[in-house]
Design a protein around this ligand. Structure first.
Ligand code: PBG
Length: 331
């Protein structure tokens, strides 16, 4: 394709008026592109602000239900739930994850009762339930044991599906767990429960505030680099995605988000599947800190950032700004 040259071609012509810019916009951001991560805590009528995530709180189940109603009214199609498990229920083996009456399952049921047609995505990983803060079972040297962990994740996913989760999202990065979960979902009659694989999840410095929110920061021993990916790698992300799709994932996620848009784009370009990105806690906190420091204007930063995810190829974005952004979009 050869284009006309200046002055026959003036690209600014098409940019001059707002109506024209609207007409040629290649990417559209709507509230339907957003998944809202919510932290759940024990009690009744409780809102606990998360210090390192200004504007984000943990909610007791009754108030998480209110957030679900709010999301529905704003046109946000899906919530992602994370439990702040009480300390006394955290064990080496994270067994509270398998309790059908745990905080997560009670939140799922309460939301489904009140707002039946909102999607619920649940994280499959043991870290909010373990006393050491790792996503699985650790051996005496602190190594997370793959296959033993995978068996527990399968049971955790089934418990969540039975409580009413629509999308189980393994965020643990064990090998083979997507296939094992898919087999168990089929065997258990949960034919329409989706798996969104945290396929390319990096061992990132951007998760700090999340670990505060679920109460695992002080607990975590060591780091997660023996299971989460090295930020240096992109080809390996494509292999992770290929494997998770072959094992039965319905959609895949890249995480963190903005620093990894190249990965989003490569995955979208290579595989014809829905791709999601998680704009993680540290990314959110950096925007809020930047705004507080006068580095930019919140509304514009939030919308531009979310639009960038869409432009890079995302079907949707998990973002703590979901409700805020949906309001900006005039929902
Ligand atoms: C747990 C999990 C983490 C996040 C989502 N699921 C933290 C981690 O892997 O340590 C991070 C999300 C965020 O930072 O917002 N497996």
């Amino acid at each position: 394709m050869t284009y006309a040259a200046f002055p026959a071609l003036r690209l600014r012509r098409i940019r001059k008026a707002a109506w024209s810019r609207a007409l040629v916009a290649e990417t559209l951001l709507t509230p339907a592109d957003l998944i809202w991560p919510l932290f759940v805590t024990e009690g009744q009528g409780i809102e606990e602000p998360v210090a390192t995530l200004p504007g984000v709180s943990r909610w007791s189940v009754d108030l998480v239900v209110e957030r679900a109603r709010e999301a529905k009214a704003l046109g946000i199609p899906c919530l992602a739930l994370f439990p702040n498990t009480p300390r006394n229920l955290r064990t080496d083996d994270g067994r509270e994850a398998l309790n059908p009456d745990n905080l997560m399952c009670r939140a799922i049921r309460a939301i489904k009762d009140a707002v039946p047609d909102i999607g619920i995505l649940t994280d499959v990983a043991l870290d909010p339930y373990t006393s050491h803060g790792h996503d699985g079972i650790v051996d005496e040297r602190g190594y997370v044991i793959n296959d033993v962990t995978s068996e527990l994740l399968v049971r955790q996913a089934i418990v969540q599906a039975e409580a009413g989760s629509d999308i189980v999202a393994p965020s643990d990065m064990m090998d083979g767990r997507v296939g094992a979960i898919r087999t168990a979902l089929e065997a258990g009659g949960h034919l329409n429960v989706q798996i969104m694989a945290y396929a390319a999840k990096y061992a990132s410095a951007y998760y700090g505030p999340f670990r505060d929110a679920v109460g695992s920061r002080g607990l975590l021993k060591g780091d997660k680099r023996s299971y989460q990916m090295d930020p240096a790698n992109a080809e390996e992300a494509l292999r992770e995605v290929a494997l998770d799709l072959a094992e039965g994932a319905d959609s895949v996620m890249v995480k963190p988000g903005l620093p990894y848009l190249d990965i989003v784009w490569r995955v979208k370009d290579r595989f014809e599947v829905p791709v999601f990105a998680y704009q993680v806690s540290g990314e959110y906190a950096l925007i809020e800190a930047g705004v507080a420091a006068g580095a930019g204007e919140r509304d514009a930063l939030v919308l531009e950032t979310l639009l960038a995810f869409k432009r890079a190829g995302c079907s949707g974005v998990l973002t703590y700004h979901a409700a805020y952004a949906a309001r900006l979009m005039g929902a």
